[in-house]
Ligand binder design. Sequence first.
Ligand code: KIV
Ligand code: ZN
Length: 550
Amino acid sequence: MDSCVRIFDTTLRDGEQSPGASLTSSEKLEIARQLAKLGVDIIEAGFPAASPDDLEAVKQIAQEVGNPPPNLPPHAGGGREGGRTPIIAGLARANKNDIDKCWEAVQHAQHPRIHTFLATSDIHLKYKLKMSREEVVERVREMVSYAKALCDDVEFSPEDAGRSDPEYLLDVLEVAIKAGATTLNIPDTVGYTTPQEFGALIKGLIENTPGADRVIWSVHCHDDLGLATANTLAGVTNGARQVEVTINGIGERAGNTSLEEVVMAIHTRPALFGLQHGVDTTQISRASRMVSNFTGIPVQPNKAIVGANAFAHEAGIHQDGMLKNNMTYEIMKPETVGLTASRLVLGKHSGRHALKARLVELGYNLSNDELDQAFARFKELADKKKVITDADLEALVSDEVASLNELFTLDGMQVVCGTMGMPTATVRLRDPEGKLHTVAAIGTGPVDAVYKAIDAIVNVPNTLLEFNIHAITEGIDAMGQVTVRIQGANGKHLLDAQKELDRHRTFGGYGADTDIVVASAKAYLAALNKLLIVTQAQENAASTEIALMA
Ligand code: KIV
Ligand code: ZN
């Protein structure tokens, strides 16, 4: 059996299904570029049937990340120096409309994949699908064949396999192989199984499904019992050669299996697993920060591999051991996952070329206009902060990407606060037509006052669900990084592929600045802009529908 584990990243599909993770298309594209740089084998770029916007975002990723850059030979990687071009997959329910939409989006990639799924547990058949076991088998045969006629590379997932009858799964999977599936993915959709059970399930399916040797076996676990990584590793130990994962483990409910945990387990214990992966582990930290910034979902400090404390050794006895030999308490080096000590990279007198060169080294691909804006912000920052580190530059560019496509932009603000009076903020915003609006408001604190002033101008009723702030680097002049999550009062919805229902959508926003109240304003405005963009797209789609019906 081959010893190579394929890394299938579903941050942009299952990850985006987590509450608040709504991403703009520029953020999705930037994350896809980073995933290619990280060296994942497959990027599941989204669920194209969800909306025209989702289809367009998957198509853009297929075109731009799923193809080698024009000056590289065809086998070289899109966004990945000298590597393979990642496969671009899209998710489709087992119906012709979803599969057609998926193909419309992914066909632009050099290596496209259609990933279709249908539930197989009795509980899903009875209450969700209202189909008999025989009807499900027939639908799998028809839809996998339909997808195969469009695309050579077809993945099939029996949803809720973890709670399905294994004997019935054998029948379904045999049919999927005969219909042309090339990858069979076994999801523990509700995170119900334990490592022993899940490993045995994978072993049994590989040993007993006729034609099993013609496909790649894959595992897809959820973390409801905190067992996603353990179950995934049990899967590979029992023959799976593809793992479905997300950066930071984001995803539905308690999340998906985290990429960094599985990759670093395989990487750190070669003798135990005897498996290879194609990930450049030094890109892990950057991918983690980017996903956290763009989704507005913070990483818990004690999170394995990417948490702020993952490599911090505080207890005196540990520090003593570390000073003698860092192998006493450290099983991985921080540099292996891309954590390097913050270092001075640029200063006040650095020019545009130096900034561009450093950003390229960090993996950013900015257009000339974006670079001009980043340079203007860099100069502003260099006036306030003597030492500018890689982390500062990343925050600056994340802020830049977060502000792309903004409808309202922050033109200026001033805040008065303290113990001597009412916190008051004056905010000036530029609207999409370029007109300036200035409003002053009072609040319970400076951030509340700023948000009230912004609300008075933008006028989009919403609820602030979450507000997080932390310093990017050490020192009193550190940049503050703010993430917020809001929900529109008028209920803009998101089609959930699996539950087949519209869910209330929430929007994350990110902002960074040496002034934490300014960072707070930027984060809120970024989230409001996302809410506005989606509202407008939905209104446009509704009016096109009405026009077509008339
Ligand atoms: O959890 C799940 O079952 C899924 C499938 C669509 C693969 O995400
Ligand atoms: Zn899932």
